[in-house]
Design a protein around this ligand. Structure first.
Ligand SMILES: *Cc1c(COP(=O)(O)O)cnc(C)c1O
Length: 373
């Protein structure tokens, strides 16, 4: 078989750069607990993301879970979200003793369909948790308007939207808080890691204590906090990778443009649409396979690609509302568009350093499955 192509490949800095970055720790022996690297990365990221405040976390999921917790929403409250996302989004709601209510997605941007949001608001609704899927931004204005009207908190899952701006404003500025993931598979990584961006200092204080056991001072612990601190090795990786993320995105842009040239206009293939006013980060390259027009379904294409050593992913499939752990609790048919998209979507391999010959191989493999050309 030809060389295996994975769906992504983690960004790594040159080894020497990382070694230089961690070398001081062999002097200080300070490995975690908001050390120098942690503070330095926080400062650099707040500038890069153009946000007033950021709190670094051990991973994106804990960032989301603790951000929700810091909002201190009443137990049993309903949080309107979407099921076309990673497990983390829905789990974060449920693990906070809140109840997810699923809004359908729009069939073009794959994010929350804001025109279907308001009818889901009840007297138990406390917050909205939309997801910027594939870096496609949600309808920020409309979601904000509805949330203000009903006094709801808004917290964005911006795990896919690192570095993006909307009309020049960093995406982390919208809503009450936004969560970013710096997992190894994301555009920018700190191995594992994540962050919460926010504007309210009071909220920030709560968040800080939640990520550090609720410790207020040496002898006073007055919160039942968790441990979600980003350690110094993670932060050092972030500092190094931040210097290379621009190049990473540029290479991803080039590969994306190549895919676009080859797959645009192919019957039965829907490409991700560019959004007005958004500076994209080229995090993913999702395609939808429409079986009737294409002549094969998504699963057929995925299987064939795999046989050719190309590991594209059904991302996101299944919907979180269909997970085993939620059996009997939700009905995926209530979000028919999300259900349909989840059955048609395939994300193609995309990363800096994806060779041109591999890009060609991937497109040839997809086009080879199309029966109506
Ligand atoms: C990656 C991801 C998360 C979770 O982030 P981790 O850093 O892996 O914990 C949450 N939501 C979405 C949409 C993601 O893609």
């Amino acid at each position: 078989m030809e060389d295996r192509i994975n769906v992504t490949r983690s960004l790594l800095p040159p080894l020497e750069e990382y070694i230089e970055e961690i070398r001081p720790m062999w002097e200080s022996h300070w490995l975690t607990n908001m050390g120098e690297k942690h503070l330095e990365l926080e400062k650099k990221l707040s500038e890069y993301l153009k946000v007033p405040y950021i709190s670094l976390m051990s991973n994106g999921h804990m960032a989301l879970e603790l951000a929700l917790q810091a909002l201190a929403l009443p137990a049993g409250g309903q949080v309107i979200t979407t099921p076309f996302t990673f497990a983390s989004t829905t789990h974060a709601i449920v693990r906070n003793n809140l109840e997810p209510v699923f809004c359908d997605i729009d069939p073009v941007g794959y994010t929350m369909d804001a025109s279907k949001l308001e009818r889901l608001v009840t007297n138990k609704t406390v917050a909205v948790l939309p997801v910027h899927v594939y870096g496609n931004l949600c309808n920020i204005e409309e979601i904000g308007r509805i949330a203000r009207k009903h006094g709801l908190k808004v917290i964005y899952d911006a795990a896919h939207a690192f570095g993006e701006t909307y009309h020049g404003v960093g995406v982390g500025n919208f809503g009450d808080a936004s969560m970013f993931s710096f997992h190894a598979t994301k555009v920018f990584n700190t191995i594992e890691g994540g962050a919460v961006c926010y504007r309210d200092e009071e909220f920030g204080l709560k968040l800080y204590r939640l990520k550090n056991f609720g410790i207020r001072s040496e002898e006073v612990v007055d919160g039942i906090g968790a441990n979600a601190k980003m350690n110094e090795f993670q932060a050092a990786m972030g500092i190094c990778n931040l210097c290379h993320v621009k190049g990473e995105m540029e290479q991803r842009r080039q590969a994306s443009e190549y895919y676009r040239r080859r797959l645009e206009g192919v019957k039965g293939v829907q490409l991700n649409r560019k959004q007005e006013g958004v500076k994209p980060n080229y995090a993913y390259f999702p395609i939808l396979i429409k079986e009737k027009e294409f002549g094969a379904n998504r699963d057929d294409v995925c299987r064939e690609l795999r046989e050719q050593g190309i590991y594209a992913r059904k991302y996101f499939y299944p919907l979180t509302s269909s997970f085993e752990c939620y059996r009997g609790r939700f009905d995926a048919n209530e979000t028919p568009i999300a259900l349909e998209v989840s059955r048609q979507v395939l994300t193609l391999p995309l990363y800096g350093g994806l060779k041109e010959e591999d890009q060609r191989r991937i497109c040839d493999a997809v086009l080879g499955m199309c029966k109506h050309r």
